[in-house]
Unconditional design. Sequence first.
Length: 103
Amino acid sequence: MVVSLTRSNPKGDIGFMFSPERLNVLLSRARNSLIMIGNANTFKKSKKGGELWRDLFDLLGHGKHIYPGFPVKCERHPDTKTILGQLEDFDELCPDGGCNLPW
């Protein structure tokens, strides 16, 4: 399951995502894997619900399940892995869905 945490602002405004029930639904729907993409700092800074999100992100961090970007690997060179953190990284680091190594 892929989740987009669409809130990103310096005020920590996470809208309805402050609700523990929302987080419960988010976590309980994933069966095989859960990928959350978003700005964790916005959620951790939230006045309403921030403690809940801080606990979650701390738990994930201690288990080394938080990445500074999206991890990918080359299908042609499976040992070649990289983290995509910016839009430009797609073209620079994994052109055509592969890597920069010769075939």
